[in-house]
Design a protein around this ligand. Structure first.
Ligand code: FAD
Length: 404
């Protein structure tokens, strides 16, 4: 029996290895790029946050978020880590539950998967850009325009549209649509949020711990604490990714309030600043040693202390304004960045058209889908790759059953 897999990313490779566990199965993995797992190399800032030990408890979205549970239960984070260990990959679990390769290098993950694919019953065809899939008798034929691959079962693992520069595309949705499947609206998730605030230019690249509150028309929409990163266009970093879902989509005025010292009360901060006034410190250095230098200067300036040279010259009102800025700086938000900046696609091929126990199409027996192409997306922190491994393995094991 031949199992064809279109897409050599995270879910496609997991599917290939699972299907090939049946020695009677021949797997053909088709990848349009010159190497498999290219996107994986860029994940987790080059460290590859490959799972999260809390992935079964929460963290998934879609029209039917519960669709992901059977696959995640069957191949949960613990089983996934054991599987990686069996492939020779050492991993480390951080306090937050995020899992990384022990080497801290994403290429270790790709290398171990690539080596594992090196099996007599797996053929990896790189440079194969599947353009057409046809139902062919009991099986399928997949063509890239020059060559046609025939298989008995077919798994579509083309990923989503997010990360376009790393291979994200509409291909999977289009191929599945030609086979009768429908998709929801697609939108970027785990993505920066844009702001027109002029202070951003001076803060580009600054990372800081922050408690972020997002408001829509003055009403609290979401909040979280963690690392925030300023970019040229707006706000980024894990804390933004965590709470950016659905921000700036509905009508209304969107804004955020940033507390740059969540562990310290405003009164305690004011006390500290008052003490600093005893020293001969230039005003722009008021927050030096507390916050990132550039952030400190921007916040001091934004508090309107212009014209004052020494911290001792600040009056109580001005000190209060600086403290308010540090503990609740307000910025207007405009819109999320596009798909090329997003880590994952929200939306995808309708999960109701697939069986969550097997990932097989309910419309076309023998056809399977897994990973990001389906209408499932996860939180920041290893949830999306865990979904890719679990759904890929589920599709591979079930497609690889039997001896046609
Ligand atoms: C910058 C960035 C960082 C990320 N960091 C993390 C992280 O740290 N942790 C985490 O959990 N998630 C992370 N993600 C998300 C995660 O990488 C994806 O959700 C996951 O890779 C999806 O797996 P997949 O197999 O569905 O798709 P992909 O990994 O995208 O693989 C799809 C593959 O299919 C190939 N393909 C597409 N169309 C065709 C075709 N027609 N013919 C042949 N081949 C085709 C593509 O070239 C690609 O190799 C990140 C994403 C990005 C963009």
């Amino acid at each position: 029996m031949i199992v064809g897999i279109v897409g050599g990313g995270a879910s496609g490779m997991a599917a290939a290895l699972a299907a090939a566990e049946n020695q009677k199965v021949q797997v053909i993995l088709m990848e349009r790029q010159t190497r498999v797992g290219r996107k994986l190399l860029s994940t987790g800032n080059g460290r590859c946050n490959l799972s999260n030990i809390h992935a079964l408890e929460r963290g998934y979205y879609g029209t039917e978020p519960e669709f992901c549970l059977p696959a995640l239960r069957a191949f949960d984070p613990e089983a996934t880590l054991k599987w990686f260990q069996s492939l020779g990959l050492f991993t480390v679990v951080e306090e937050s539950g995020r899992v990384y390769p022990y080497s801290d290098q994403a290429n270790s993950v790709v290398d171990m998967l690539r080596l594992a694919l090196n099996k007599p019953n797996i053929q990896v065809k790189t440079g194969f850009d599947a353009q057409k899939i046809r139902k062919d008798g009991d099986g399928f034929s997949v063509s890239d325009g020059e060559e046609t691959v025939r298989c008995n079962k077919l798994i579509v693992a083309c990923g989503g549209l997010a990360g376009t520069k790393l291979g994200g595309s509409m291909a999977g949705y289009k191929l599945l649509s030609k086979l009768g499947h429908n998709s929801t609206r697609l939108r970027p998730a785990l993505v920066q949020i844009k702001s027109d605030w002029t202070g951003l230019t001076a803060l580009k690249g600054v990372r800081t711990n922050c408690h972020v509150k997002i408001f829509c028309d003055g009403r609290l929409f979401n909040q979280s604490r963690g690392e925030l990163q300023f970019t040229q266009y707006g706000l980024s970093g894990p804390v933004i990714f965590e709470i950016s879902r659905d921000v700036c989509y509905g009508p209304g005025k969107w804004s955020c309030e940033l507390d740059f010292l969540p562990e310290i009360s405003k009164d305690a901060l004011k006390q500290e600043l008052k003490q600093r006034q005893q020293r001969r410190m230039p005003v722009e250095e008021l927050l030096t040693g507390i916050l990132h230098n550039r952030l400190g200067r921007v916040l001091t300036k934004a508090a309107g202390v212009k014209g004052k040279q020494w911290t001792g010259e600040l009056n109580d009102q001005e000190l209060e304004a600086v403290c308010i800025g540090v503990k609740g700086f307000e910025i207007a938000l405009s819109e999320p960045m596009g798909m090329d900046h997003a880590q994952v696609t929200a939306g995808g091929v309708l999960t109701e058209q697939f069986d969550p126990q097997t990932m097989e199409s309910r419309l076309m027996p023998g056809l399977y889908a897994c990973g990001e192409v389906l209408d499932i997306d996860g939180d920041c922190g290893g949830y999306n790759l865990q979904w890719a491994w679990s759904s890929g393995r589920c599709a591979g094991l079930h497609a690889g059953k039997g001896t046609v």
